[in-house]
Design a protein around this ligand. Sequence first.
Ligand code: AMP
Ligand code: MN
Ligand code: MN
Ligand code: MN
Length: 275
Amino acid sequence: MNVDLHCHSTASDGLLAPAALVERAHARGVTMFALTDHDVVGGLDEARAAARTCGLRFIDGVEISVSWRGTTIHVVGLNIDPANDALRQGLVLVRGSRVRRAHRIAESLEAAGIAGGFDGAMAHLENPEIVSRTHFARFLVERGYARDVRSVFHHYLVKGKPGYVPHEWAALGDAVAWILAAGGVAVIAHPGRYKLSRPELRELIAEFMQHGGAGIEVVTGSHAPEQYAEFAAIAREFGLLASRGSDFHGPGESKVELGSLPQLPADLQPVWRDW
Ligand code: AMP
Ligand code: MN
Ligand code: MN
Ligand code: MN
């Protein structure tokens, strides 16, 4: 089994269309694949059809942006019904707030002498609803403000730097409730990225589980390899299901390629065990 349950397409901030992403995953040896675009399920039909054509087991997914005590947390929903009303309506609200934030990001860049950010970011996507910092990052690279997308995030779009604006995403309990309403499993994405203290991380997990969250990413392209053991231990301690996913955004932009991560530690309960 080569499972990849976290990836992005052009339906959010990935570089490949859903079908092209699925074909690449299949070609790289992935045998079970979830598309988890940010706050949107619009790429799933195309991805599912492409997966059927090449014989790849496909899981419907989404990655929801959440604010928890002032920190942005990502919650992945796996094996969801993308047609569920509660989920769809929740995602509409989150996406609406993305467009308003994009105008504020552009104003912040403008104050630092960088004009044209809104249109510049929009030039990288068809659907303004899913505008993200990644699209601003691509605009900034294009204008020569940084060498690549990853280095943009050292100098722009993050706390204390031009283009950063605080933002209120969905509440943790709401995001988990939407995923559960859609019949899915809620998974904390890349827990090693949030810069939470150990007690805070435990409080986040306890709250997440009280709401019905059941999983955590252990092996992810967004963790350094030394973090795999750390979050495997957390999964054991809390009895959380473990997930594995590249968080692939596109060739050349992501450091981890589809299907190339190590396997989960064998004693963990994989989130896909009953699928
Ligand atoms: P947003 O949801 O609009 O705040 O955008 C978040 C997205 O920006 C993430 O999903 C990543 O794709 C990208 N991103 C954030 N931080 C970094 C980073 N340090 N390097 C590369 N991409 C990043
Ligand atoms: Mn992203
Ligand atoms: Mn994420
Ligand atoms: Mn992601």
